[in-house]
Design a protein around this ligand. Sequence first.
Ligand code: CTP
Length: 403
Amino acid sequence: MFIVVGVTGGIAAYKSVHLVRLLVQQGHDVHVIPTPDSLRFIGLTTWEAISRNPVTTSVHDDVARVRHVALGQSADLVIVAPATANTIAGMTAGLASDLLGTTLLATTAPVVVAPAMHTEMWRHPATTANVATLRERGVVFVGPADGPLTGGDSGPGRMSEPEEIVTAALDLLSPASHDLAGLHVAVSTGGTREPLDPVRFLGNRSSGRQGAEIAAEAARRGATVTLVAASVDAGVLDAVSASAAVTTRHVETAAELGVAMTDAAASADVVVMVAAVADYRAADVSDSKLRKEDGPLTSIELVPNDDILAGLAAGRRDGQTVVGFAAETADGDLLERARRKRERKGVDLLVVNEVGWDSGFGSGENTVAVVGDDGAVVAEASGSKTAVAAVVWDAITAARAGR
Ligand code: CTP
């Protein structure tokens, strides 16, 4: 596919290097049009090397081939990332002051815009009105995401992650299959927190990103999704926040997660437990802060939590598919342990991934194997958590079709 990527003058331009790379890796013919201002952030050499195509910024380059309109006319898709407030205003007014402006006026291809700016600029009535006008004209906006910004401030304005922009953009051209249409899916994500007192808890390092991507992918494929979210990292729920098909319920403890998932599972066709659930909680939770002056605390008595997944699998409705996740350290035979865990929990599929001190948690990437009900590996995936989510859903739909 012939894809034009417009890059405008924001610090998020560095993220678009990865975006262009993802598109090239998927075999697309990518033509980058940086605005002159954006070259202060990322230079022409980088864009040419990454896109493997010549890159120019001026309407006066390559005039013989009428480049100022040729790129727009050839494009199957135009992505503007990052899009500054100035670029969005220019697009709304139809300004043709640089090569990106002329290209946007000359194209009839779908246009995807990933804004990046400070929260105040994003919320300014001028930007709001410009975005509304562009949406009316069919421009698709991805983001901005909520999170830390360059000035140390925080709020909506971060450019969405390249994987999310690529997925949304390519989806416009060949919409994801709607193989989950009409289904209700219950997904848990994040790490539970078991309180010790009003200020302390026992927790784990789960970011919640993979579960959010599983929920987002189910929604893209047409499912209605209940996402039960324990503690998650900032920005993780951006993957689902724009989807009307996803209802998010926030919980803290394993017990709360158990209640919410049991409730959701009552009407769910597929249950996917991605959450990292604490196996134990404190036997006594203090109503007031535990203080050293009240005596040293050298041990905590724990009591086991229910195994939510095993309970959901044991009580599954007719036709319901129950899927577990297992994050395992690399000691011993990972797959053998996954097979035993699948049987012990009584689930249809168990998705296993390797974790360690510096792998698995928090990153945007994952490597998984999916173990089926005869213990065989029915799917494997490695890449962005968005891509892994797609493979997991392919495995779930195949298992449902095959039973
Ligand atoms: N799980 C659950 N309830 C628990 C513990 C885990 O529902 N109390 C679910 C997780 O959501 C996940 C799967 O079980 O889908 C596997 O979690 P894991 O922590 O690997 O399983 P454990 O049974 O706790 O095994 P281990 O002893 O290896 O920690």
